[in-house]
Design a binder for this molecule. Structure first.
Ligand code: C6P
Length: 406
């Protein structure tokens, strides 16, 4: 099976529009991906045909909505090969999933003097919740370094582990550089030392097969909107034995069992962590996005995106003064770069005039920028609906942009 690019582009109506009078070239997929018509239709079908609250009503529509949501939960479980639906918790996104673990896991497992390890390449969402938690519990936040080519210094990471280390929280794929971390090796080593591991999978799910059981991840977090699904919905996967020991994070709604003014008891997993009315349309949309990815084939997607990455690399690497940030071998389809003497924002703004959407700035990874000695980058992140022709348009626009700014 290979990618049928014409069919795929037809499935994403937004891609055929003009922006500033030019054909849109959307290379900001790391920030959020576009949605196939099928996902949009599934969400409007919910609102048009069976909008109702879930787990609450005895009535017909409520039962259909509940069935659709719980069927989606099982589809998500299968997608990441979790053992049971009790391990699939709906959150707003990766950020909320990490905050949930930082808040709840720490109440049971972290005491004064304990250590949590993150890496220099983390998104703020996988730094700040741990930093706040460590301050609150007088625990210590340790930072694993990266090598000059952006890869993780794995020996250094291992050397940070002591008998006080309780958790490593690490990204699978860097949102800035596309660098892929050897998470299976990290998890295996951490477990041999009795340390739990949380994987920030936000950038990994659109590009890689995820098997949480094969990885043996303790926690795995991701967002639907980066994998062709809607915004406002993400998943926390957690091993049942850990989630069972962790207290609820927020209170009210379906997470409740019994309430009196003296005492409250809580519902079972996964509902224990799902306070309030869930994002029903978004959950249904995520499930359809998963079907779409699986029908296209995640290996086919990864191979095609790799071709795009190699092609883009070959086209931009000789541009005068341009430096790619993150040059390690093992990379997803993301290119970040800086250009001598020209601010990233100016380049991004001019590219936009050519209809090319890239992201500029620190990409919510300020500590990584500090360690690289830069203030920001221009980032082009490719999806399987992008083409080599679009890369040509981007490179031509980039050359014109640089000529204007020099
Ligand atoms: N990165 C980017 O342009 P949310 O916002 O909760 O869906 O995802 C947060 C997040 C966490 N970890 C990683 C590795 C991420 O890349 C992101 C989101 C976007 O790079 C927006 S800042």
């Amino acid at each position: 099976m290979s990618i049928d690019i014409d069919k795929i582009r037809n499935d994403f109506p937004i891609l055929s529009q003009k922006v500033r009078g030019k054909d849109l070239v959307y290379f900001d997929n790391g920030a959020t991906s576009q949605k196939p018509q099928r996902v949009i239709d599934a969400m409007s079908d919910y609102y048009q045909s069976y909008n109702s609250n879930v787990h609450r009503g005895v009535h017909y529509l409520s039962q259909i909505a509940t069935d659709a949501m719980e069927t989606a939960r099982d589809n998500i479980r299968k997608f990441i090969n979790a053992e049971s639906i009790e391990e699939i918790i709906f959150t707003k996104g990766t950020t909320e999933a990490i905050n949930l673990v930082a808040n709840s896991f720490s109440k049971v497992f972290i005491t004064e003097g304990d250590e949590v390890i993150v890496s220099e390449m983390e998104h703020h969402a996988n730094i700040v919740p741990w930093q706040m938690m460590c301050k609150e519990r007088s625990a210590i936040l340790k930072v694993a370094k990266i090598n000059n080519n952006g890869s993780l210094d794995i020996d250094y990471l291992k050397s940070l582990i002591t008998d006080k280390t309780k958790l490593i929280a690490i990204t699978y794929i860097s949102n800035v550089m596309g660098v892929i971390n050897p998470v299976a090796e990290i998890i295996e080593y951490a477990h041999s030392k009795g340390v739990k591991v949380l994987i920030d999978g936000a950038q990994a799910v659109p590009h890689t097969i995820i098997d949480v059981q094969a990885l043996d991840a303790d926690f795995f977090c991701f967002s639907a909107h980066k994998m062709y699904g809607p915004t406002g919905i993400g998943i926390l996967y957690g091993k049942k034995e850990l989630l069972e020991q962790m207290p609820p994070y927020q209170f009210g709604g379906e997470m409740i069992d019994q309430v009196s003014f003296e005492e409250t008891t809580f519902n079972e997993l996964p509902f224990k962590f799902e306070a309030g009315t869930p994002m029903i349309a978004e959950i249904i949309g995520l499930s359809v996005a998963i079907d779409y990815i699986q029908e296209t084939g995640i290996n086919e997607i990864a191979d095609y995106e790799h071709e795009l990455l190699e092609y883009a690399n070959s086209q931009i690497k000789n541009i005068k003064g341009l430096k790619i940030i993150g040059t390690s071998e093992n990379k997803a389809s993301v290119i970040s770069f800086v250009v001598d003497g020209i601010h990233h924002y100016d380049i991004g703004s001019l590219l936009d005039q050519f209809g090319v959407a890239v992201r500029t700035g620190n990409h919510c990874a300020q500590p990584l920028m500090t360690s690289m000695g830069i203030s920001g980058t221009i980032r082009a992140s490719f999806a399987f609906y992008n083409t080599k022709e679009e890369i040509d348009i981007f490179v031509e626009a980039l050359n014109k942009t640089l000529n204007m700014l020099r």
